[in-house]
Ligand binder design. Structure first.
Ligand code: SF4
Length: 290
């Protein structure tokens, strides 16, 4: 068995018998649903066909999906995942949205060999990605939907134990743009392309400004970005006093105004009432059984 170097943690463990940083061995899924709370070009009217994978290679202290990033879910085979792809298509999903897929890329590609979705495939990840692994997704993934969490290495180390996040994530975003160089929007839905997300953190506005500056300096101004205001002090966030509250409207306004000043044409912004635990899916009540 090849030792796992799927992501930049480079744990070099045999995932059949050992767990690395992501704390996962074989394929495990926490929730399957038609999700209507993604950006409009992803959710559309009928919903995005989301598959939430258990575990995560980042395990951020404030994770907004804390239970599943810490492993809640059910072990399934690649064949069962292929069946989930088919059933999401049958349910009318606009796309197949792979949420936190990085540590299961091998099994996802095995599932794709059994059944190749006819819908656009969305790779919805935390942004801490190996460019070699992204290369394996060329021709399979249509839409890259990475988080861009940090420009500040100290924040990355403190909240995600990931001091090289900025370098790794920016290399990954450039690789994603190279793999899918053009955004294709049809009927109000992204069929191919790149949409970069950022969750604004309380007391970290310089982090937000820094990564927006990088995006403006390295990608076209019509790149799709999404500034999210929905942070709630979830998971282990309260261990960090500066993360123990929602963001202030002024913090979000600074972020949005800075994106405008930099000239981004295609920026999604959220209503102030988005910072609610209502927006955190209940992983015990999956609407699609698997
Ligand atoms: S996928 Fe998991 S085991 Fe593999 S390198 Fe990344 S964190 Fe380590």
């Amino acid at each position: 068995m090849e030792k796992c170097k799927i992501c930049p943690r480079n744990c070099n463990v045999d995932r059949i018998v050992s767990k690395g940083y992501c704390d996962q061995t074989s394929l495990k899924v926490a929730r399957v649903s038609l999700h209507r709370w993604e950006e409009p070009i992803i959710s559309g009217e009928k919903g995005s066909g989301t598959v939430f994978f258990s575990g995560c290679n980042l395990r951020c202290a404030y994770c907004q999906n804390y239970e599943i990033s810490r492993g809640k879910g059910k072990a399934i085979s690649p064949a069962a995942l292929a069946d989930i792809f088919k059933r999401l298509e049958d349910c009318g999903a606009h796309n197949i949205n792979l949420v936190t897929p990085t540590h299961f890329v091998r099994e996802i590609l095995q599932a794709a060999e059994i059944y190749r979705p006819s819908l656009p495939v969305v790779y919805n990840c935390g942004g801490y990605e190996s460019t070699q692994t992204l290369e394996r997704l060329r021709g399979f993934v249509d839409v890259f939907l990475p988080d861009f969490k940090y420009s500040d290495d100290l924040a990355a180390k403190k909240y995600s134990n990931c001091p090289d996040y900025f370098k790794v994530c920016t290399d990954a975003i450039l690789k994603m743009r190279e793999i899918v160089p053009t955004d294709v929007i049809e009927g109000g839905l992204m069929k191919k392309g790149l949409l970069v997300r950022h969750l604004v953190l309380p007391n970290n506005i310089d982090n937000t400004v820094g990564l927006l500056n990088w995006l403006a300096n390295n990608l076209a101004k019509d790149t799709y970005i999404s500034l999210m205001s929905q942070f709630v002090p979830y998971g282990n966030a309260k261990a960090f006093p500066e993360l123990s509250r929602k963001i202030y409207p002024l913090e979000y306004k600074i972020a949005v105004n800075h994106a405008r000043k930099l000239g981004f044409d295609n920026a999604f912004i959220q209503d102030s009432d988005s910072a609610s635990e209502e927006y955190i899916p209940d992983f015990d009540n999956s609407p699609i059984k698997f």
